[in-house]
Design a protein around this ligand. Structure first.
Ligand SMILES: [Ca+2]
Ligand SMILES: [Ca+2]
Length: 348
C-alpha cells in the first residue's frame, strides 16, 4: 500500500535527518581552556626567562647541568632511530581534530625523554633560573572539579568553562599548588608530572637543558614504538592481559572516577612503560605539548599549539584521545591541571 505524501514526507524527513546528521562526538572540553585575561593584567609577550644565574656561582648545580646536557642516557632519554614513519590515521575518530589521513614522514634520529617532566626536575629549573610560569604571572589556571571541595566549587562556580563546566579557573593554581590550595603542595608528588605549565614554560624548560620540544611527527613516531597503524604505543588492545597500561579515566565522566588504574589524578612519571623505546606515559597521565602550530594558517594571537597523548581525564565516552594519532590544542599561554610535556633533543 502506498502511503499518502502527507504521511510520507515527515517520515522521509526523519530518515533523511538521521542519515545526514553530522554526529558530534562528545568532548572533554580541555581544548577550550583559553586564557581571556586582558593583556594589561597578563604577562607581556616576552617570556621572562632570566639566565641561569644561580649556576654561575654554584659549582654543584653547574656540574649537574653539565651532566644532564652531556649524557642523554643518564638523564633518561631514549634514542629514536632515523627512518620513515607512518603517522596519522585513515580511521579518524575526531575528524575536526584532523587526525587523518595516515601519511609517511621521514625523521632524523633524535632523543626523547622517557618520562614526562616531573615536579622534581621542574623545581630544579625554577630554583636555578628563578623562572616564573605563566600561571603564576596570570594568577590562575584551570583545575578539574574533582580536586576542589564543595565550598571552592560554589565560590568559583561562575569561573567555569562554559563548554566544559567541570573545569574551574582557580586563583593561585600553579605547578606549585595544582589545586590552588596553598596547604596542598607537591611535596608528595615530586615524581609526578609537572602541570599548569604553558607551552612557553615548557619551551623555556627544554631550552634550559639544551633540549627542545618534540615536533608532533617525532612525538607520534615515538609513541608508536616502531609499530604501524596501531592505536596505542603497545598495540590495539586497550588492556592486554587485563592489565592497565596507562592512566586514564574509568567510570562515568565527569562524576564517578572509579580509579581502577590506581591513579585518581596524575600518576608517577615512571609508572606505565608503554613501548620498546622505553617510553612511559606517552598516552594518558598528562597531555604533552609539542613544538607544532595547530594550524599555521590560523591568524590568532597567541597561536594554538598541538598537544598529544590525552590525560588522566580521558574516557572513551568523552575524550577518546589517548591514542597515538589523536591530537588537540591550546593557546601557547594556556595551562591546566592535566597538561605537561617532555623534551626532545638532537643527536649531536
Ligand atoms: Ca586514572
Ligand atoms: Ca602523557
Amino acid at each position: 500500500m502506498l502511503l499518502p505524501m502527507e504521511a510520507l514526507n515527515p517520515l522521509i524527513l526523519i530518515i533523511w535527518t538521521l542519515l545526514t546528521a553530522n554526529p558530534v562526538a562528545p568532548d572533554c572540553g580541555c581544548n577550550k581552556l583559553k586564557r581571556t585575561a586582558p593583556e594589561k593584567n597578563g604577562p607581556s609577550d616576552t617570556v621572562i626567562f632570566p639566565d641561569a644565574k644561580k649556576s654561575q656561582d654554584n659549582g654543584e648545580d653547574e656540574s649537574l647541568l653539565h651532566l644532564v646536557r652531556h649524557s642523554k642516557e643518564i638523564e633518561g632519554m631514549s634514542l629514536i632511530p632515523a627512518g620513515k614513519y607512518l603517522i596519522g590515521t585513515n580511521e579518524p575518530f575526531f575528524i575536526g581534530d584532523h587526525e587523518g589521513p595516515e601519511r609517511a614522514v621521514e625523521l632524523e634520529a633524535f632523543y626523547l625523554d622517557r618520562y614526562e617532566v616531573s615536579n622534581r626536575w621542574f623545581a630544579k629549573f625554577i630554583e636555578m633560573t628563578e623562572y616564573i610560569t605563566e600561571a603564576e604571572r596570570f594568577g590562575d589556571s584551570f583545575v578539574f572539579q574533582e580536586f576542589l571541595d564543595a565550598k571552592v566549587r560554589e565560590k568559583y562556580k561562575d569561573y567555569r568553562v562554559a563548554a566544559a563546566v567541570w573545569w574551574y579557573k582557580i586563583p593561585g593554581a600553579s605547578w606549585r599548588y595544582p589545586e590552588g590550595d596553598k596547604s596542598r603542595g607537591i611535596e608528595n608528588r615530586m615524581n609526578h608530572p609537572v602541570v599548569h605549565v604553558s607551552w612557553n614554560d615548557a619551551k623555556a624548560y627544554c631550552e634550559w637543558l639544551g633540549k627542545r620540544l618534540p615536533t608532533e611527527a617525532e612525538w607520534e613516531a615515538a609513541c608508536r614504538g616502531g609499530r604501524k597503524g596501531k592505536l596505542f604505543p603497545w598495540g590495539n588492545k586497550l588492556m592486554p592481559k587485563d592489565q592497565h597500561h596507562m592512566n586514564i579515566w574509568q567510570g562515568e565522566f565527569p562524576e564517578g572516577n572509579q580509579v581502577e588504574d590506581g591513579c585518581e589524578g596524575t600518576c608517577p612519571v615512571d609508572k606505565f612503560r608503554q613501548n620498546q623505546y622505553d617510553l612511559y606515559n606517552m598516552v594518558g597521565n598528562v597531555w604533552e605539548w609539542t613544538a607544532d602550530m595547530w594550524d599555521p594558517k590560523e591568524n590568532v594571537n597567541p597561536p594554538n599549539r598541538v598537544k598529544k597523548g590525552g590525560s588522566y581525564l580521558c574516557h572513551k565516552s568523552y575524550c577518546y584521545r589517548y591514542r597515538c594519532a589523536a591530537r588537540s590544542q591550546n593557546t601557547e599561554d594556556s595551562s591546566a591541571g592535566n597538561l605537561g610535556f617532555r623534551c626532545a633533543a638532537n643527536v649531536d
